[in-house]
Design a protein around this ligand. Structure first.
Ligand code: G6Q
Length: 545
């Protein structure tokens, strides 16, 4: 099999890049009034504008050739049909089964997984309704008012992001907390706001062995028992979400209160599974189902739509274009939606854990860059901070703007101002400001001569900075589901093109082992072992040496 860079389409793109890399998008827009129409698509209530990119029709065609030559359609089908595309862990990759509202069979190891998926969804429905209705009573007879999800990574970022995003649909009688870090300050602060009699802990861990989660879970357990004084209280205040029944039982949680998922659900793809239990409890099962439906609609689009109109494929190809041909090493998420404030952190894990790989599917080192550094934040705030680098820095940073057309909380002119800022920024990234425009602007303020000439270079903006804008009517559960699935599939397509496995995470697994080597040394239970002098020095400092 030829390496990615030997593909005909790759080489054609390389040559094409030499031709168009100095062209300016501003000129394309001024000579082509149809550019937005050709390079934007609608998906339900979502508009995706990718016209502000350094690409022509020819670029897109060449990128689509790359997708074809990389067998993207074959890989899509392999994922949906349950093939073990996570080859290093010998696992299928089937988060799409969790939101398979068609209920068509999906077979893993000769077994249709849909009956199991539906069984757990039904268990989630019953439990979430009990909590929300008050039918579930705590140990002292009071109803649950506070839910604390204890989990980390994929068992935290997704449900936390979605609960924040769907807060307008949330139950006002419930307060949600997410404890992830093993830093004792995190759980201490959360527990200080909880009443043990009215608090439910959801211990979310695929493996039920993760050090941070189990440490937090044990602390929560001790806190509850200290207050309620009876082991029997655990059954009323703790439930577990896991693939590991034995460990859940050993922790003392009744397995009747365990919500199962399966090894074909990757942690960072798990919010659609029982890991989404806090979402179902908070927004209700109907809204959780609408989230699944939004994801499923994007799945169908991804599986059935020809490549030129396939949205995850288009976004993936644009990322490859900048990373591999323009040497862009990061991608920024610019979110003009307060409810999506945790989306950048969520996508950072999704993308960087999936595509932060340097060994290809044949076990050989890759020969070009793979996944970008993903970062970002709320756009309105970022404009007063890191946008300076985006406008005038030396890095080319492709961006995604996200904004709702309608606010969930209309008040005065706020939303119009927010949207105006969003649209103005993507326009400015694209057009920039020429020397002539900057000169005229300074002159209009009465400046001239040497003073004007000295300031002029600082006032010029090169522009030509690429961005995609995703607008949606309102952040409903369904729209959110489609947006998340869009990014999941984008990351998958990039992994296909880079010929890497997007579904393992050996770097994250390494982190789980490392701390356990140093912990007994830090606690003084055994002498510091064979470390480098820096690590020995740091251990010594922590121990007061
Ligand atoms: C996700 C990752 C990682 C994982 C956490 C928590 O894809 O593998 O973020 O979700 O390490 O793992 P557990 O759910 O097993 O506690």
């Amino acid at each position: 099999m030829p390496s990615t860079t030997q593909l005909t389409a790759w080489q054609a793109l390389s040559a094409h890049h030499n031709v168009i890399s100095s062209a300016h998008m501003r000129d394309w827009f001024s000579t082509d009034s149809d550019r937005f129409n050709r390079f934007s698509r609608r998906f339900g209530d979502i508009l995706i504008d990718f016209s502000k990119h350094r690409m022509t029709d020819e670029t897109l065609n060449l990128l689509l050739d790359l997708a074809r030559e990389s067998a993207v359609p074959v890989w899509i089908e392999r994922m949906f049909s349950g093939a073990q595309i996570n080859h290093t862990e010998h696992r299928s990759v089937l988060h799409v089964a969790l939101r398979n509202r068609s209920n068509q069979p999906i077979v893993v190891d000769g077994q249709d997984v849909m009956p199991e998926v539906n069984r757990v969804l039904e268990q989630m429905r019953r439990f979430s309704e009990q909590i929300r209705s008050g039918a579930w009573i705590g140990f002292t007879g009071q109803r649950i008012r506070t839910v604390v999800n204890i989990g980390i990574g994929g068992s935290d970022l997704g449900p936390k992001m979605v609960c924040e995003a769907l807060a307008p649909y949330g139950d006002a009688n419930l307060t949600m907390h997410f404890v992830s870090s093993v830093d004792g300050s995190h759980i201490s602060h959360v527990l200080s706001e909880c009443n043990p009699e009215t608090t439910l802990f959801i211990i979310a861990s695929k493996t039920f062995t993760t050090q941070e989660t189990m440490t937090n879970a044990n602390t929560a357990r001790g806190w509850l028992l200290a207050a309620l004084g009876d082991e029997a209280a655990i059954a009323k205040h703790f439930v577990a979400v896991s693939t590991n029944t034995e460990k859940v039982r050993a922790f003392g949680i009744d397995t009747a209160n365990m919500f199962e998922f399966w090894d074909w659900v990757g942690g960072r793809y798990s919010l659609w599974s029982a890991i989404g239990l806090p979402i179902a409890v908070y927004v209700g099962m109907a809204n959780f189902t609408a989230l699944l439906e939004g994801g499923h609609a994007m799945d169908q689009h991804f599986r059935q739509t020809p490549l030129p109109d396939n949205l995850p494929v288009i976004l993936a190809l644009l990322g490859v274009w900048y990373g591999d041909f323009f040497a862009a090493d990061s991608h920024v998420m610019l979110v003009y939606d307060e409810y999506l404030r945790s989306l950048p952190a969520y996508l950072q894990q999704l993308d960087m854990e999936s595509n932060g790989k340097s060994i290809d599917r044949q076990g050989l080192p890759v020969t070009r860059v793979t996944g970008p550094v993903v970062w970002g934040g709320l756009g309105s705030n970022g404009q007063h901070a890191f946008y300076q680098l985006l406008h005038q820095g030396t890095h080319l940073v492709p961006s995604d703007f996200l904004a709702p057309v309608n606010s969930q909380d209309p008040i005065g002119d706020h939303h119009a101002i927010l949207l105006a800022n969003c649209l103005a920024q993507s326009e400015a990234f694209m057009t920039g400001k020429t020397e002539a425009e900057a000169r005229a602007e300074l002159a209009s303020k009465g400046m001239d001569g040497a003073e004007l000439e000295a300031l002029l270079p600082y006032k010029v903006f090169a522009g030509n900075r690429p961005s995609t804008t995703l607008l949606y009517q309102r952040l409903t559960p369904s729209v959110l589901g489609s947006l998340i699935a869009l990014y999941e599939h984008k990351v998958f397509v990039q992994g296909i093109i880079w010929n890497i496995n997007s579904f393992d995470q050996w770097g994250v697994e390494l982190g789980k082992q490392l701390a356990n080597n140093i912990l007994p040394e830090l606690k003084g239970e055994r002498p510091a072992g064979a470390h480098d002098s820096s690590t020995l020095g740091l251990i010594g400092y922590c121990r007061g040496a």
